[in-house]
Design a protein around this ligand. Structure first.
Ligand SMILES: Cc1ncc(COP(=O)(O)O)c(C=O)c1O
Length: 379
């Protein structure tokens, strides 16, 4: 018998089995539909999902892809970004944001984040722009969008493209508008943990630009739109039919799931309020977060102790991200060092992601709150 990867935890950080069990019939139907159709690459499931996801994002086009990393790379490639170009990214993000630029030979230029939102500090972007800058990639971290009004106005001033990394922000809103059309292109990941996650790797780009849309259709399919005719060097980065079928099921529930996340985040906000050594997440008044991650700052250098305390009580947590991108081994050659992005570096030592998903109960969140309070009572 194959051993399961899941260990028994009282309160898991995430547990996909809960999701499957809650919607088993819908997922099983989607699975059997694809198997019985016997069609697995770029068929109707993908077409339908693309249409539904574009509608959800209120965008003209959506292109299903193999991953969020590919969504970023293919947009940059479609715009001709490569050697000699600079791409602005924030210093507290998942590595893929920077790797997308590096993969094409461009240089990621890091910008520090804001202590309040942990998103790119828009006041620091202008100083990072040079004549080689071509694109700004803001990451909408933890479910809250970076300030697109400020970013777009800088992009306009310097004639730059903007590519949103919305891997963590499906359904987020800014100034009332849903994430998916605030800029030239928006890259999504459907990695299983995301608010809209596949049961495997998947991603997408939304855009209102018909030229970009068309180019992405080529690039994801070995540079071809007509079988055996190749117009570009492309990638094999197609969204699978089976994943599209699962994503169609999940998309129907996404808004409700995001509401549940918001509700559970509210329980954390109220329950943890007033604890001296914890800074709670802060959402700008013009944003509606979809709470991909509920991330607190632990100020008293007791993060490891708290993690172990929670673990001993069966509660698992995470750190997004423990080691800033500019300090990763791969980027040694860029000669960034400790102290270059003080906020991102400070956050890396303080942040802690608490369990939060639509499949956690109110009681579980209250239990996490009470266990954290107990820790501070005893320590
Ligand atoms: C902010 C961010 N960007 C990009 C990615 C890359 O997505 P994927 O894992 O689908 O390639 C992720 C996912 O982990 C992410 O969180």
């Amino acid at each position: 018998m194959v051993e399961t990867k899941y260990k028994k935890q009282l309160i898991p950080y995430i547990d996909f089995r809960r999701e499957y069990q809650s919607y088993k019939n819908e997922f099983d139907q989607a699975y059997f539909r694809v198997m019985e159709n016997g069609y697995f690459i770029l068929g109707n499931e993908v077409l339908e999902f693309e249409k539904e996801f574009a509608d959800f994002c209120e965008s003209k086009f959506a292109v299903g892809l193999g991953s969020g990393l590919d969504a970023l790379i293919l947009c940059l490639e479609a715009w001709g970004i490569g050697i000699g170009d600079e791409v602005i990214v924030c210093a507290n993000t998942y590595i893929a944001t920077a790797f997308a630029a590096s993969r094409l030979g461009a240089v990621p230029v890091f910008v520090d984040v804001h202590t309040k939102t942990f998103n790119i500090d828009v006041d620091l972007i202008e100083a990072a722009i040079t004549e080689r800058t071509k694109v700004i990639i803001p990451t909408h971290l933890y479910g809250q969008m970076a300030d697109m009004e400020a970013i777009n106005s800088l992009a306009k001033k310097y004639n730059l493209k903007v590519l949103e990394d919305a891997a963590q922000a499906q359904g987020a809103r800014q100034r009332g508008e849903i994430c998916g059309t605030h800029s030239d292109a928006v890259a999504f990941s459907f990695y299983p943990t995301k608010n809209l996650g596949a049961f495997g790797d998947a991603g997408a780009v939304t855009t209102n630009d018909p030229l970009l849309y068309d180019k992405l259709l080529y690039l994801r399919n070995n540079g071809s739109k007509t079988k055996f005719y190749y117009d570009y060097i492309g990638y094999n980065s197609r969204l699978d039919e089976i994943q599209a079928a699962f994503l169609k099921v999940k998309l129907k529930h996404l808004s409700k799931w995001n509401e549940t996340r918001n509700y559970l985040a509210g329980i954390y906000n109220t329950g943890l309020k007033g604890l001296e050594n914890i800074i709670l997440p802060s959402v700008e008044e013009f944003n509606e977060s979809v709470w991909h991650v509920y991330c607190v700052r632990i100020l008293d250098s007791k993060r490891d102790e708290l993690i172990n305390f929670l673990k001993a009580k069966g509660i698992s947590t995470n750190i997004h991200y423990p080691h800033p991108v500019h300090l990763q081994n791969y980027y040694q050659d860029l000669e960034y060092g400790l102290g270059d992005f003080p906020i991102a570096e400070k956050l890396a030592g303080e942040i802690l992601s608490l369990p939060l998903s639509p499949f956690h109960s109110e009681e579980e969140i209250i239990q996490v709150v009470n266990t954290i309070k107990l820790f501070y009572k005893e320590n």
